[in-house]
Design a protein around this ligand. Structure first.
Ligand SMILES: [Zn+2]
Length: 152
């Protein structure tokens, strides 16, 4: 359902890579051939700093795909999100071990954390995604239909 003061997942996390303005989002509804109506969310430069910015627009689904690809390159804030993800992964592993009857020590590797981050990006709630990306030690830029990150 559409709400009046809707928030978009990624707007506050990104900056235009061409002119340094903020990023805003808009939604469009398209009717498909089978009669279903599909929601698309597009992100683009607010053009606050450059009225003629050529940043272009990118669909939210594509942003998520690109973030998933970037997860292998980023580092997370050790104190907050990493601990949270770690305990969540531990919980899942414990459950798996019980189901499979395995009695070994639970170990959470860096790879587990990155895989869990990818899972959140694909399946998590808006709040979970924002929380995750907000904890990255990087700045996120949008330009020419692609996301790039720079260490802060
Ligand atoms: Zn721009």
């Amino acid at each position: 359902m559409r709400t009046e003061n809707q928030e978009f997942t990624f707007t506050k996390l990104m900056t235009c890579g061409l002119c340094g303005s903020g990023v805003s989002a808009s939604e469009k509804w398209k009717k498909q051939n089978n009669g279903n109506v599909h929601r698309y969310v597009y992100y683009g430069c607010t053009k606050a700093k450059d009225k003629h910015c050529k940043c272009g627009y990118i669909e939210e689904k594509e942003i998520i795909n690109q973030f998933v690809g970037l997860m292998d390159k980023v580092s997370f804030d050790d104190n907050s999100i990493q601990q949270k993800i770690k305990s969540e992964v531990e919980r899942i592993k414990k459950f798996n071990n019980i189901m499979l009857g395995i009695k070994e020590k639970i170990e959470v590797k860096d790879l587990d954390i990155k895989n869990y981050a990818k899972y959140i990006l694909k399946e998590g709630t808006e709040v979970e995604k924002r929380e995750l990306l907000g904890c990255l030690k990087t700045s996120i830029f949008l330009a020419n239909k692609s996301i790039s990150i720079k260490p802060q």
